[in-house]
Design a protein around this ligand. Structure first.
Ligand SMILES: [Zn+2]
Length: 352
């Protein structure tokens, strides 16, 4: 099985034909970019399964039906791609076809557990990564300002904070639309929060399904020290500076290609709001691959604020020139980076 996985990684950009069983098709969801999608699980051998992400909402019914049958299906032109946690996912788009096949597979359709539900937990219960939980917590304080990064789901804003309940304290990254709805010192019911593990520390992250509902104050909150920041020396070996343009409607996070930004006004095709082109939110951030003391191929996202602060007043004009900024960064021998809750996101960049 290990050998098979390796082959798939090497062929990750290849379009493939896969014979499999389909399981657990989700409801339609909306990504940070405003794209509709759903996910499911495919079973490709007796024991091997992959998460499938489909950016073709028009096929949602077909997939739901196919998942309810015991017969196999064939996916043509689906693409294997590594997800953020390094596991392979199957990506389905408009060019992918799904066909029922008569052919018998040499393995049976397994009974899979139903999709994970968000369960109410205390912070001290969170010991594993990838737990999907509901929490009743106090937002003790934010540990940085809202900052922009370019993720594989597009440009997103992120803000880190410390939350606490009666059992303990943890750090959390609030992503996108949810940031304006949470305030320091208030109490919230947070649903669909996911746990992540960096080194030995569990930190939390909101998901596209997270809702924050303000709840009444509760008395005891256990405050304890949590590791908030981590600094290390790195060498940046490659970098991609990306400028993105986001809808000025704060509760929409659609991004626009630069070609659409013509004239005085434009209409967002996701939220339908017409707006002044000059108000569209422009952000510049970077993806980089670097060497650290422990990792020869660490991928990081460098936030807009980290880039701006690093460049300072004197080199600020480099923010407008992606190519020149990439050259500028690559000429520096050593950097010291500071990451927040999320060890992938560089919030401070200094030359070491
Ligand atoms: Zn919009």
């Amino acid at each position: 099985m290990a050998a098979k996985r390796k082959v798939l990684v090497e062929d990750e950009e290849e379009k493939s034909q896969i014979l499999e069983y389909l399981h657990n098709v989700s409801q339609l969801q909306t990504s940070a970019k405003g794209r509709k999608y759903f996910h499911a699980v495919i079973q490709t051998t007796k024991d091997e399964k992959y998460r499938l992400v489909a950016f073709s909402p028009e096929k949602h019914n077909t997939y739901t039906m196919a998942a309810n049958l015991n017969s196999p299906v064939q996916l043509k032109n689906a693409k294997f791609s590594p997800s953020r946690n390094g596991e392979l996912e199957v990506i389905v788009d408009r060019s992918t076809s799904l066909e029922m096949v008569k052919q018998k597979l040499d393995f049976k359709k397994k009974k899979l557990d139903p999709p994970q539900q968000s369960i109410l937990k205390s912070l001290s219960d969170l010991t594993e990564e990838n737990m999907l939980v509901t929490l009743n917590v106090k937002l003790l304080n934010f540990t940085n300002e809202e900052t922009e990064v370019y993720t594989r789901y597009g440009a997103k804003s992120v803000r880190n904070a410390i939350i606490a309940d009666k059992s303990g304290t943890k750090t959390i990254s609030f992503w996108g639309n949810i940031i304006p709805s949470v305030k320091q010192g208030s109490f919230y019911n947070l649903t669909n929060v996911v746990s992540k593990k960096f080194d030995e520390n569990i930190t939390l992250s909101t998901t596209t399904n997270t809702k924050a509902l303000q709840i009444p104050i509760f008395d005891e909150v256990k405050e304890e020290d949590v590791p908030i920041q981590h600094a290390e020396n790195i060498v940046i070996t490659s970098i991609n500076v990306i400028t993105s343009y986001r809808c000025s409607n704060k509760s929409c996070s659609a991004t626009f290609p630069i070609q659409e930004l013509k004239g005085t006004f434009m209409k967002c095709s996701t939220c339908k709001m017409k707006q002044k082109v000059e108000n569209i939110i422009k952000s510049t951030s970077a993806k980089a691959v670097c060497k650290t003391e422990t990792d020869s191929n660490k991928q990081i996202l460098i936030s807009q604020q980290a880039l701006e602060n690093y460049l300072g007043e004197e080199n600020n004009e480099l923010m407008k020139d992606e190519d020149a900024l990439e050259d500028h960064i690559l000429t520096v021998e050593n950097f010291r980076i500071t990451t927040g809750n999320n060890r992938e996101i560089c919030i401070k960049l200094e030359s070491a």
